[in-house]
Design a protein around this ligand. Sequence first.
Ligand SMILES: NC(=O)c1ccc[n+]([C@@H]2O[C@H](COP(=O)([O-])OP(=O)(O)OC[C@H]3O[C@@H](n4cnc5c(N)ncnc54)[C@H](OP(=O)(O)O)[C@@H]3O)[C@@H](O)[C@H]2O)c1
Length: 289
Amino acid sequence: MAKVAFIGLGVMGFPMAGHLKMKGGHDVTVYNRTASKAAAWAEKFGGTAAATPAEAARDADFVFTCVGNDDDLRSVTSGKGGVLETMKSGAILIDNTTASADVARELYAAAKEKGVGFIDAPVSGGQAGAENGVLTVMCGADQADYDKAKPVIDSFARMVGLMGAPGAGQLTKMINQICIAGLVQGLAEGIHFGKRAGLDIEKVIEVISKGAAGSWQMENRHKTMNEGKYDFGFAIDWMRKDLGIVLDEARSNGAKLPVTALVDQFYGDVQAMGGNRWDTSSLLARLEK
Ligand SMILES: NC(=O)c1ccc[n+]([C@@H]2O[C@H](COP(=O)([O-])OP(=O)(O)OC[C@H]3O[C@@H](n4cnc5c(N)ncnc54)[C@H](OP(=O)(O)O)[C@@H]3O)[C@@H](O)[C@H]2O)c1
């Protein structure tokens, strides 16, 4: 059993922190900017809620963060009242936010100055993956820190991998988002075409999902896409944040991402339709407008 702190109890963090307590059996202290969520978490799982990130992280062996973007992450780690103010030497900071590789390297250096380890550890698997404790976790870290943290991360994960040095976890998550962007647009076009052709979409997907076109998105999203339901899942605002990070990184490493750049603009169109919080599968709504 380790002493663990968890900062950021959103759609993802709330259940992840719950698994650290219930499945991992760890002693968990949480912090959330909106204090009522931390109180609800403590009530549900029986852990402790702290008033600031620094207070939650005091004496912890492992500190997890899962907030919105680079600036949010800086404010709860290296900012005033952030976890690096109190983390003890030898402890490890594990960040599950989807953020840039640059901020991961920056926090690795800031943590190292205090004798603290840092792992960038973004996740994939969505809300359901977090609730069921079966996330995929992509890590960038020093081997020794990774070896110490992996059994703790396992509490909410089905697959955990060390991808390379600090920043490599975020770069891997970028590849994940690149692969999803083009795929979802292809799926949206397929369903759109099928409807125009007058076919039974359920029947079409039942057959083609077992062939070479099958995917997680096809299995898990075709039904709601066919019904025009998008009020759930992974919000377009978050996806555009992720694609912005991807396109910035591609500008600096010279990768050509024409389809990703186009799909990012399509998501902009869906935001203009009012779909900021709609699931990423709502690319179909844009075709049907
Ligand atoms: N949702 C998904 O399916 C999914 C999948 C994979 C990865 N991710 C990534 O995981 C991260 C969290 O996503 P989520 O869906 O859990 O988001 P969310 O539900 O919007 O929760 C965000 C959390 O971060 C906190 N926060 C944001 N800015 C903060 C700040 N400046 N200071 C302190 N706390 C702050 C929020 O506190 P409040 O409660 O006070 O607002 C909330 O607890 C994001 O980077 C996202 O891209 C999400």
